[in-house]
Design a protein around this ligand. Sequence first.
Ligand SMILES: Cc1cc2nc3c(=O)[nH]c(=O)nc-3n(C[C@H](O)[C@H](O)[C@H](O)COP(=O)(O)OP(=O)(O)OC[C@H]3O[C@@H](n4cnc5c(N)ncnc54)[C@H](O)[C@@H]3O)c2cc1C
Length: 287
Amino acid sequence: MHFKYLTPNTIPQAMALLARHKTRATVMAGGTDLVVKMRSRAIDPAYVVDLSNIPGLDFIDFNPRDGLNIGALASIRALETSTLVGKQYPVLQSAAHQLASPAIRNMATLGGNLCNASPSADMAPGLIALAAKARIAGPEGETFMPLEEFFSGPGKTALKAGQVLVGIQVPASQASMQAVYLKHARSSIELAVVGVAAGVILDSDGRSCKDVRIVLGAVAPTPMRARKAEAALLGKKLDDKAIVEAAEIAAGEARPISDVRASADYRTEMVRVFTGRALRVAAGIAS
Ligand SMILES: Cc1cc2nc3c(=O)[nH]c(=O)nc-3n(C[C@H](O)[C@H](O)[C@H](O)COP(=O)(O)OP(=O)(O)OC[C@H]3O[C@@H](n4cnc5c(N)ncnc54)[C@H](O)[C@@H]3O)c2cc1C
């Protein structure tokens, strides 16, 4: 492993370094994914651009107009322990708590979890359920992109050359969504075999489904919405029969592979089970 370690103090400096060294440079945040890949020689960058010296990128902030803003360098542990996140968007606190171990959560950042673009990234399903947007800085300025469009394949994102993820924004309107993230893994510190986030907004009658999002992790090349299952629930009374049907549809939408963690068939069955469970909790008919 021979590389030059670069420590910009601002985002423009980081972008200038990325522009200068192009594909020979890699961004680093907490390093918990990157260093593993470098040590196994899966990647061999000539320059590592460490963002962690850039001040002001680890904030967690809520205001009623913009909603929740999280800096890309906010650690998973900070999300797990934030009373603000726990109060406004508890699904994100729960997802953070289910990611790896406390030691990893202290180093790992939200931006790194998303930019690593693992199909099983624990922070992605809950954020997509909450209609989060990625805040991206690049040579042409800052742009926002729906997070569900941010992932383009295993290990691949929509970030263009020289762009950096600087934060995540969760709309204030989603604070009324009852959302849960359930992770099914072989042990508490392993990657998900299946992860399911379900978010529901009930109508004023408290029974029928005004809005719903079902997001599946680890069962497709990217985190994916189970849109047919969502459509089957919209406007319906959210009872056990409707949930059983939607869970079945979601299982049919998943596109899992078999790997060391589980077979494709097992994953499909777990999508059915965990989608049903997540929807029941989100709908308030189970705990
Ligand atoms: C033992 C172990 C257990 C783990 N368990 C889990 C788990 O249960 N669930 C889970 O989801 N993950 C798990 N992980 C993976 C990892 O810890 C997380 O994905 C973590 O959030 C990555 O964040 P990081 O800051 O360390 O990213 P880094 O390793 O620094 O970066 C990851 C990737 O993102 C890019 N990147 C980072 N930040 C930015 C940015 N702001 N803009 C553009 N590109 C960027 C880097 O270039 C790199 O390609 C585990 C890892 C280990 C080692």
